[in-house]
Design a protein around this ligand. Structure first.
Ligand code: AGP
Length: 620
C-alpha cells in the first residue's frame, strides 16, 4: 500500500525522503512524488512509475531542492483513479500540500460539497479532497495542526495523512486514523514520520508508533503528539527497534526474495528462541506470557487470515487438531467479517498476519473484541496495529521481509503454530502426549535440516525443472494432508511473482472437475513425501499422467516408484528420512518458493515488487 515519509530537521530533506521511499518500495506502488520547501514556497516533483522517474526530475534541477530541510514524500498504490502523474501524491491545494495512505470512504459526498463551493479538484483521487478541507479551516483562522484536526471530523475511512502549508514553513503534521504511521526524533534535531519503521532506522532505533487517532506535529524543535478527537497534547512512549540496517540489505543475493528464502533457518531459530523458555528442559516450554494463558482457556480455536497467512492457518488447523485434539476452524478474514458467523463461548480467535496491518484481519479482531471474544495475534512486526489491538501476541522473529511475496514469514508462522500445537498437546493431556518429547527433539532440528535442504541436490533439481517448464501454459500443485495447504501456497507464489496461472488442489479433488483441464500443455507439481497420504496421492498422479501432463514430483529420495512416474524428480534430502510427517511442510515449502523464483527470474519479472501487489494490504 502507499508509503509516506515526512521530514523536518537539519539534513537535506529530499535526500531523506528519497532514501525513505526506497525503503518503502517493497510495499508496492505505481507512482511517486515529493514536496519540499524552497524558502517559504512549496515545490512538488512527481511522476508515474518508479521512484527513479522522480529522481530524474529532481536531478534535472538540483538547485531547487538542495537547500530544503523540510518535505514530504509518497509512493502511491492506486485505489481511486489511475496511476498517472496527475493522481500521484503530493497533492497541492492553494498553500496546502499533502500525502495520504488509505481510503476516504465518503469522498463522493466531500467532493460534491467542495465542487458546490466552486473548488476544482485536479485529480481523480479521494486524497486531494482532504487538502480542500484543510484550506477552508485555515482560511477560517485555524493553524495547520488545528485545521488538519478539524478536517478529519468530516472524513470516514481508515487512512493516514501528512500535511504541510506555506503558511507554516517547517511544520509537518501527520495523522494516524487507521493506516499506520511511525515517528522518530532525529538525533541531529527535527523529526521524521513514515508509514513504517524502515525509513527511520537509518537515523535512530527509538521510534514512536502512533496510536489510532493520534496526531504528530514535527518541527525543527522536535516532535509533539495531540489527540485527534480533543486536540489535547499527549505523551507517547518510545519503542526501541531491534532491526539492523545490515539485515535490510540484499547481502549479495540477486533479490530480496532469494535472500529471504535462504534466511528461513535463521528465522526459525529466532522464532523458537523468542517464544520458548530455553532454560527449561521439558518439551515445548512456552515462555510465560499473556498469550499462553489465553490458549489455556480455549475450548475451540478460530484462525482468521488472508493470502499466505491463511495457508499457514490451514496447516495450523491440521497440526493443532492432530496433536492437541482442540477443534480449529479457519476463515478468510475478508469472508468472515461480512457474514453472520457464530462464535461459541470458549473460542479463542487467532489473527495471523506477517505485516500486522492487513485491514480485513484487523477488522475481524476488532469485531471479536467488541463481542468480548479473546483474541491472539501472530505477527512479524512489533508495534503493528494487530500486535497492539489483540489481547496477546506471539511474534514470529523472521526479521524484516522486503520481498512482497511472503517466504520466511510464512515458515516462521508455521513454526509458531507447531509450537502452540505441541504445547497444547501436553497441556490438554492429549493421546499424542507420549510422542511429544521425541517430536520436540526433531522439531528443534528443523532449522538445521532446512539449511541442509537449501544446499542440497533438491534445489539443483528444482532449478533445472523450473528452467525446462517456464513455457508451460498452466500449473496445478497437488497434495494431501499437510501438503495440501503447501500446494496452495506453491500456486500462489507462482501467480504472484511469475504471473503464470496456477492452482493449488487437494489431490483427491482433481477428479471432481479440474482434471478436465489436464493435457500436454499443463504441468502438475505433486507433493508426495513419505507420509500417511503418499499412496493416495500417487494414485491421483497416475490419473494425471494418463492425460499427458508434465509431472514434477517431490518426495523421499528413496521413493523410486514415485520418481519413475515423474518427468522431473525432486528428491528430498536423505536427512529428512524418518522425520515426523508434521515437519515436512518446512522442507517442501522452500522447494516451491525456489521453483517460482526461478521461473520468475527466467521470465524477467520484478520478483521483489510484483505488479499490482502490495506488501501490507491496508485497504479492504
Ligand atoms: C503473500 O505472498 C502475499 N503477498 C499475500 O497473500 C499476503 O500473505 C496477504 O496479503 C496477507 O498479508 P499479511 O500476512 O501481512 O496479513
Amino acid at each position: 500500500m502507499c508509503g509516506i515519509v515526512g521530514y523536518v530537521g537539519t539534513r537535506p530533506a529530499v535526500d531523506v525522503l528519497i532514501r525513505g521511499l526506497r525503503r518503502l518500495e517493497y510495499r508496492g506502488y505505481d507512482s511517486a512524488g515529493v514536496a519540499f520547501f524552497r524558502g517559504s514556497r512549496l515545490e512538488i516533483r512527481k511522476a508515474e512509475g518508479k521512484l527513479e522517474n522522480v529522481e530524474k526530475l529532481l536531478n534535472s534541477n538540483l538547485s531547487s531542492h538542495g537547500e530544503a530541510t523540510c518535505g514530504i514524500g509518497h509512493t502511491r498504490w492506486a485505489t481511486h483513479g489511475k496511476p498517472t502523474t496527475q493522481n500521484a501524491h503530493p497533492h497541492q491545494t492553494g498553500h496546502v500540500v499533502l500525502v495520504h495512505n488509505g481510503i476516504i470512504e465518503n469522498y463522493q459526498e466531500i467532493k460534491r460539497e467542495i465542487v458546490a463551493k466552486g473548488f476544482h479538484p485536479k485529480s481523480e483521487t479521494d486524497s486531494e479532497l482532504f487538502g480542500f478541507l484543510v484550506l477552508q479551516e485555515m482560511d477560517r483562522g485555524a493553524n495547520l495542526t488545528e485545521a488538519v484536526r478539524r478536517s478529519f471530523a468530516h472524513v470516514q475511512g481508515a487512512c493516514s495523512v501528512v500535511v504541510m502549508s506555506e503558511r507554516e514553513p517547517g511544520v509537518v503534521v501527520g495523522v494516524r486514523n487507521g493506516s499506520p504511521l511511525v515517528a522518530a526524533r532525529d538525533p541531529l534535531g527535527g523529526a521524521i514520520l513514515a508509514s513504517d519503521a524502515q525509513p527511520l532506522i537509518e537515523y535512530t532505533r527509538e521510534v514512536i508508533f502512533l496510536e489510532q487517532g493520534d496526531m504528530a506535529v514535527a518541527s525543527r524543535d522536535g516532535l509533539r503528539f495531540f489527540s485527534l478527537e480533543s486536540g489535547r497534547e499527549l505523551q507517547r512512549e518510545t519503542a526501541t527497534l531491534d532491526w539492523s540496517l545490515e539485515k535490510l540489505d540484499k547481502q549479495g543475493f540477486a533479490h530480496y526474495m532469494l535472500k529471504e528464502i535462504h534466511e528461513q533457518p535463521t528465522a526459525l531459530v529466532d522464532t523458537l528462541n523468542g517464544l520458548l523458555d530455553r532454560v527449561r528442559t521439558d518439551p515445548f516450554p512456552l515462555a510465560e506470557q499473556p498469550g499462553v494463558k489465553l490458549l489455556d482457556s480455549a475450548r475451540e480455536i478460530l484462525i482468521v487470515a488472508c493470502g499466505t497467512s491463511w495457508h499457514a492457518a490451514q496447516i495450523g488447523k491440521y497440526w493443532i487438531e492432530r496433536w492437541a485434539r482442540v477443534p480449529v476452524s479457519v476463515d478468510l478474514a475478508s469472508e468472515f467479517r461480512y457474514r453472520s458467523p457464530v462464535v461459541g463461548p470458549g473460542t479463542v480467535v487467532i489473527g495471523i498476519s506477517q505485516s500486522g496491518e492487513t485491514a480485513d484481519t484487523l477488522a475481524v479482531i476488532r469485531q471479536m473484541k467488541e463481542q468480548r471474544i479473546p483474541t491472539l495475534a501472530v505477527t512479524n512486526v512489533r508495534g503493528s496495529t494487530l500486535s497492539r489491538e489483540a489481547d496477546a501476541v506471539f511474534y514470529t522473529s523472521a526479521g524484516p521481509e522486503i520481498g512482497v511475496a511472503a517466504t520466511k514469514t510464512f515458515t516462521a508462522q508455521l513454526f509458531v503454530l507447531l509450537l502452540l500445537s505441541g504445547y497444547l498437546s501436553l497441556r490438554r493431556g492429549a493421546d499424542s502426549r507420549a510422542e511429544i518429547p521425541a517430536f520436540f527433539e526433531q522439531l528443534v532440528k528443523v532449522p538445521h535440516i532446512l539449511a541442509d535442504c537449501l544446499g542440497s541436490e533438491a534445489m539443483t533439481a528444482t532449478r533445472k525443472a523450473a528452467a525446462e517448464l517456464v513455457t508451460s501454459k498452466g500449473f496445478f500443485f497437488i497434495g494431501r494432508g499437510y501438503s495440501f495447504p503447501v500446494a496452495l501456497e506453491g500456486a500462489l507464489k507462482l501467480k504472484e511473482i511469475a504471473y503464470i496461472h496456477a492452482e493449488g488442489y487437494a489431490a483427491g479433488e482433481l477428479k471432481h472437475g479440474p482434471i478436465a483441464m489436464i493435457d500436454e500443455g499443463m504441468t502438475v507439481v505433486v507433493l508426495a513425501p513419505q507420509d500417511a497420504w503418499r499412496d493416495k496421492t500417487v494414485s491421483n498422479l497416475e490419473e494425471v499422467k494418463a492425460r499427458g501432463a508434465r509431472i514434477v514430483g517431490i518426495g523421499a529420495a528413496s521413493d523410486s516408484s514415485l520418481a519413475s512416474l515423474c518427468h522431473h524428480w525432486i528428491p528430498l534430502p536423505s536427512i529428512t528420512q524418518g522425520l515426523d510427517e508434521s515437519l515436512l511442510p518446512f522442507l517442501l515449502t522452500p522447494i516451491l518458493q525456489l521453483f517460482s523464483y526461478e521461473i520468475a527470474t527466467i521470465k524477467g519479472t520484478d520478483v521483489d515488487k510484483p505488479r499490482n501487489l502490495a506488501k501490507s494490504v491496508t485497504v479492504e
